[in-house]
Design a binder for this molecule. Structure first.
Ligand code: TYD
Ligand code: MG
Length: 456
């Protein structure tokens, strides 16, 4: 007999309570409790997930466990392989989050179409089969190994999976799934949790990788409880500015690899294109040198990335000067302005300062500090800096240049892209053989020395 009861769940963290609460005792969020109908059937065994009886499971010695397939397999997309840590791990559960319309469905469909020689099942609860076929035709060749299922009830899904036996399952999206184990509506905390748990059981028991698409809330977290992120093996975030064509795929959790990886795509009218040399697109093609434009050598994960930084300094016309930054921390900009004022003697107090990281990229790497300072002073003094010069150093409160990590990769990337000169901190050159590069490396200790070299 099914037993029905209503329970209140915190929509933020999944905390369960018998009565409504104004504030969640677990995550301190206000007004986050919602009533959900929960029906638990007696003995909720996983038979219909795995086709096996759970009672037969016994503890086994670690040494006796057989590994189905140790090798990761390639998804056919270099960028996706990179963020996954080298490819798909059999039996792994991957969650992909991102804002609506950013391209999650497009990315996953493209991955399904690119996989060769393996059966892939794309389950969609969001679009009809015709819509998906239309999109697939636009994206490229429709592969005969790609199967489509428009079903949302997990019990039926697993039935189809058992007959098809795919090598990869993609679910678009976890919020549309519905398990008959729970009576609450699709997308509610208890449903999302339950359906994810079922897919996890399926992935682990059959060694089939599963990729779940998840919606995100307005503050950018994956909708549904935080526990979802604990349950899955890998969490990927697909992000980017909707008005710009670049899309970044970041790893925020990975049980099988580093979380420092980044994949870059460009949204085109024929789907997503992988960007294998991001620096080239982040540096604009322009004629002549402009003041206020510099190139900073940042790292995104393990990848060096040269990015164009633009600053505009102009006299504040209306009282309080404005400071505005896009893609760069506003507080850090204020700090650098104070350092320039105090240590460099530049009068920036009455100037509007606008800062922009090109390409809609958000930069948190402090190694762009020096490039930011140079862009601001270049704009203030209206002296252009050659586009063959780039920078990689953090700026301290004393106006000193601080060493940055992996400076050799940054120098190598700048060299590869044809830069002629890179400014770094002299405290970071230990162990570096500056003569091995085809680019001139200038190790300096203070901001003032950089300005001396740049502007004389
Ligand atoms: P979609 O994958 O549906 O986003 P999500 O699943 O994250 O909600 O992507 C939709 C957007 O992508 C849509 O606004 C149009 C754009 N798009 C292209 O620009 N080119 C294409 O070839 C495709 C398929 C989509
Ligand atoms: Mg979608």
């Amino acid at each position: 007999m099914a037993k029905t009861k209503t329970t209140y769940f915190c929509q933020e963290c999944g905390y369960e309570s018998a009565k409504w609460l104004g504030k969640c005792p677990s995550c301190d969020t206000w007004n986050s409790f919602q009533e959900e109908l929960v029906t638990k059937t007696k003995n909720p065994g996983p038979e219909w997930v795995t086709g096996a009886d759970s009672k037969t499971r016994k503890p086994v010695a670690l040494s006796e466990i057989e590994i189905h397939e140790t090798t990761r397999w390639s998804t056919g997309s270099k960028e996706l392989n990179r963020v996954l840590g080298g490819g798909l791990v059999p039996g792994s559960l991957v969650l992909i989050g991102g804002e609506p319309g950013i391209g999650k469905s497009t990315l996953m469909l493209q991955v399904c179409l690119a996989i060769k020689g393996r059966k892939v099942l794309y389950i969609s609860g969001e679009e009809s089969a015709q819509q998906i076929k239309m999109r697939a035709e636009r994206l490229g060749k429709v592969s005969p190994d790609c199967y489509l299922l428009t079903e949302t009830t997990t019990q039926d899904i697993f039935k189809h999976i058992r007959t098809l036996e795919p090598h990869l399952v993609v679910v678009d999206s976890v919020q549309t799934l519905h398990s008959t184990m729970m009576e609450s509506t699709p997308g509610s905390v208890s449903q999302v949790k339950q359906c994810t748990a079922e897919f996890m059981q399926f992935a682990k028991s059959s060694a089939t990788p599963v990729m779940l698409i998840g919606h995100i809330t307005k503050d950018g977290a994956i909708a549904g409880p935080k526990v979802l992120e604990h349950m899955v093996d890998t969490v990927l975030q697909f992000e980017g500015d909707r008005h710009l064509s670049y899309r970044l795929l970041r790893t925020t959790k990975n049980r099988f690899g580093s979380t420092a990886e980044l994949g870059i795509y460009e949204m085109m009218n024929i789907g997503l294109r992988e960007v294998s040399n991001p620096s080239e697109i982040l540096i604009s093609q322009k004629e002549g040198d402009f003041s206020g434009v510099t190139i900073g050598a940042t790292m995104e994960g393990n990848r060096p990335l040269l990015i164009e930084i633009q600053a505009l300094v102009s006299t504040a016309a209306y009282g309080t000067p404005q400071r505005s930054s896009t893609g760069y921390d506003a507080k850090r900009l204020n700090m650098l302005l104070a350092v320039l004022e105090k240590r460099g003697g530049f009068r920036l107090g009455l100037q509007d300062v606008f800062l922009n990281m090109a390409g809609g990229i958000k930069v948190i790497d402090p190694a762009v500090d020096l490039a930011v300072c140079a862009a601001i002073i270049s704009s203030l003094e209206e002296i252009a800096i050659s586009d063959k010069v780039c920078f990689a150093a953090e700026v301290g409160l004393g106006g000193e240049l601080r060493a940055v990590n992996r400076v050799e990769s940054r120098i190598a990337e700048a060299e590869k892209l044809g830069f002629e000169l890179i400014y770094i901190s002299k405290f970071g050159k230990k162990g570096l053989d500056l003569t091995q590069y085809n680019i001139k490396v200038m190790p300096l200790g203070k901001l003032s020395e950089v300005f001396e070299a740049l502007f004389g």
